[in-house]
Design a binder for this molecule. Structure first.
Ligand code: FE2
Length: 319
């Protein structure tokens, strides 16, 4: 099997730029995932974020998690548990407005580090969107604009810890799903593995690498590229040893952004048959549906919006 795509971003500034852009293109089309090295975010800042995240988990989250799982004891359970995830999480919002200084229980130093890290990730996310535009032959800024709506893109972080689990065969850290949004940037533990993506029929490990940022494509980029880029199923498996840190930041459309396949792409690809065109919808509406069916395949979600588009245009025609 081909190797998981790893991008050395330094090479974008030299003679190997074209080859590196090609690896990104192939990753977006065939993996839905890739991993960035030399991405420009300071390793010192990443180390600080990691230390403070792990300290916060120990101090404020671990006990709460233990009490929660104690109430759902796995003793005597033999069938796979499909209605819970073995994870401890909290969320921070950055765009359109930050709540980093309002979320309770965070040390001041941690708030500041997360704020600084989010600014770096936001810049990296926007740079990546423009690299994708370049590969897609869309004008610079197209994707950011497509996400903007009236309030600008949404950016937020899910801070997760996946504690050791006595029965990894019975419960997932996070059940298989595709991500609903735009582009996702993940800072994951470099020692405890667990993230896997579905490639064809096989679950493939996303390799833990020190100071890397893992990137994946969400459902909205699949829609805008009319399926050229893929939002891929992924999951977290639990481990019996070690707690896995996962800091995932979501660069998503504004709630009122209207998402639809880029016209230029459809024309260039010669897509004429309406049945081959992905749907058009307001992102907020997509999220309402997604929340209810997150752990199901994405295709029925796209089909549902396609069907409602059709019935809307039929009723408009008869009105
Ligand atoms: Fe995800």
């Amino acid at each position: 099997m081909e190797a998981f795509p790893i991008i050395n971003m330094e090479k974008l500034n030299g003679e190997e730029r074209a080859d590196t852009m090609n690896i990104i293109k192939d990753a977006c089309e065939n993996w839905g995932f890739f991993e960035l090295m030399n991405h420009g975010i300071s390793y010192e800042l990443m180390d600080k974020v990691e230390k403070l995240t792990k300290d916060h988990y120990k101090k404020c989250m671990e006990q709460r998690f233990k009490e929660l799982v104690a109430s759902k004891a796995l003793e005597g359970v033999e069938a796979e548990i499909t209605d819970m995830d073995w994870e401890s999480t909290f969320f921070l919002k950055h765009l359109p407005e930050s709540n980093v200084f309002e979320v309770p229980d965070l040390a001041e130093e941690y708030r500041k580090a997360m704020k600084e890290f989010a600014l770096e990730l936001e810049k990296l996310g926007e740079l990546l969107l423009d690299l994708l535009c370049e590969n897609l032959g869309l004008e610079k800024g197209y994707l950011k604009k497509a996400f903007s709506g009236s309030k600008g893109p949404t950016f937020g972080t899910k801070i997760g810890n996946y504690p050791p689990c006595p029965k990894p065969e019975l419960v997932k850290g996070l059940r298989a799903h595709t991500d609903a949004g735009g582009i996702i940037l993940l800072f994951q533990d470099d020692k405890v593995s667990g993230l896997q993506l579905l490639k064809g029929e096989n679950w493939v490990d996303v390799p833990p690498m020190r100071h890397s940022i893992v990137v994946n494509i969400g459902d909205q980029l699949e829609v805008i590229t009319n399926g050229k880029y893929k939002s891929v199923m992924h999951r977290v498996v639990t481990q019996t040893e070690g707690t896995r840190m996962s800091i995932a930041s979501f660069y998503n459309p504004s709630s009122d952004a209207v998402i639809y396949p880029a016209k230029e792409l459809l024309e260039r690809e010669g897509v004429k048959d309406e049945s081959e065109v992905y749907p058009k919808f307001v992102f907020e509406e997509y999220m309402k549906l997604y929340t209810a069916v997150k752990f199901q395949p994405k295709e029925p979600r796209f089909e549902a919006f396609k069907a409602s588009e059709k019935s809307n245009s039929a009723s408009a025609a008869t009105a």
